[in-house]
Design a protein around this ligand. Structure first.
Ligand SMILES: NC(=O)c1ccc[n+]([C@@H]2O[C@H](COP(=O)([O-])OP(=O)(O)OC[C@H]3O[C@@H](n4cnc5c(N)ncnc54)[C@H](O)[C@@H]3O)[C@@H](O)[C@H]2O)c1
Ligand SMILES: O=C(O)[C@H](O)CO
Length: 318
């Protein structure tokens, strides 16, 4: 059987696949397989090992004659047309859980960086603008003891809440359903979105990208936030109206933002958000530790093998 791996991966992940199948892997470091090549390769492929940089849409699936399984090396699968895959009875695998702690760490790093103006501090030294210690130079917002509002209290949301507890923060959350573990073990308080937006000092978005969450945070929601609020998004860029965020930051309706994800990725150095000093921008590296990416890759490989062997995947999208 033939499988396609759309990005270069280390042998610790690919060796088991290479033992069993004909593997076509894109060998260029840090770059996805070009779409034209993917169109060609998919025609006679039995398995597809992809990631968030690949659009697995109807146009691609229409070309697949014998595809038996799609396995993405990510928890989010909004880049895959699940309905089209279902119509063709192609199971889709993803990698929840193994990236929770790494992504929560990065989310908290962004929260600290945006609140304490860390990237501005780095720039001041790089640009030789640090003249002396001064009483209110680069003062930011206090993290310890502040109120965090988590939108999307799932696996990563809960792991962020645990970190927040260590900083003695009050925890508010909004979710589709109540999270008893967060409430009982961390003292988190459930509230409606409006209340969370009005009360929280740090607002952290961790809901998946769905029809319901599309641009769920826009001009109205930014206007509800405190002027001192800090907005963090490590979920998906499409959950936010990016132009409204730009306006809210520029007009100082909110204090700062920390982003790992964008409407369209990658963003270039000419993106308007770069004009602003009160935003910390990262290139979608939430889960990017060596250990976690290895775990994600190995789990995605196992999902693929299960699919090719006609078994239920370890983590199959429902
Ligand atoms: N930046 C990164 O590199 C990175 C890494 C991992 C995950 N992510 C993103 O984070 C998301 C969350 O991952 P997870 O493992 O915690 O998923 P999860 O499914 O465990 O948690 C998501 C939570 O969001 C809630 N939710 C769904 N729709 C909602 C809505 N309309 N309003 C409020 N809450 C809603 C769900 O009930 C669930 O509790 C992923 O879908 C992915 O998009 C990003
Ligand atoms: O959804 C995911 O898993 C991230 O975006 C990449 O780790």
């Amino acid at each position: 059987m033939k499988i396609i791996i759309t990005s270069k991966l280390p042998s610790q992940i690919t060796s088991k696949l290479e033992d069993k199948y004909d593997v076509v892997m894109w060998e260029v470091e840090n770059e996805p397989m070009p779409r034209e090549q993917l169109f060609k390769e998919i025609e006679d492929a039995d398995g597809l090992f992809c990631n968030v940089a690949d659009q697995v849409d109807k146009e691609l699936l229409d070309r697949a004659q014998k595809l038996k399984v799609i396995s993405t090396m990510a928890v989010g699968y909004d880049n895959i047309d699940i309905e089209e895959a279902k119509k063709r009875e192609i199971p889709v695998g993803h990698t929840p859980g193994v990236l929770t702690e790494a992504t929560a760490d990065l989310t908290f790093a962004l929260l600290l960086a945006a609140g304490r103006r860390i990237s501005e501090g780095i720039d001041v030294i790089r640009e030789d603008k640090w003249k002396n210690w001064a009483p209110f130079f680069l003062t930011g917002q206090q993290v310890h003891g502040a109120t965090i509002g988590i939108i999307g209290m799932g696996r990563i949301g809960l792991a962020v809440a645990k970190r927040a507890k260590g900083f003695s923060m009050d925890i508010l959350y909004h979710n589709r359903s109540r999270n008893r573990e967060a409430e009982q073990e961390l003292g988190a308080t459930y509230c409606e979105l409006d209340e969370l937006l009005e009360k929280a000092d740090f607002i952290v978005l961790l809901a998946p990208s769905t029809k319901e969450t599309y641009q769920m945070i826009g001009a109205k929601q930014f206007s509800q936030m405190k002027e001192t609020a800090i907005f963090i998004n490590t979920s998906r860029g499409t959950n936010v109206d990016e132009e409204a965020l730009y306006e809210a930051l520029k007009n100082e309706e909110i204090y700062a933002a920390g982003l790992d994800v964008y409407n369209s990725e990658p963003i270039s150095s000419s993106h308007p958000l770069h004009e602003l000093s009160n935003v910390t921008l990262l290139p979608h590296i939430g889960s990017a530790t060596i250990e976690t990416r290895m775990e994600m890759g190995k789990l995605a490989a196992e999902n693929l093998i299960h699919g090719l062997e006609g078994k239920l995947l370890i983590h199959q999208v429902k």
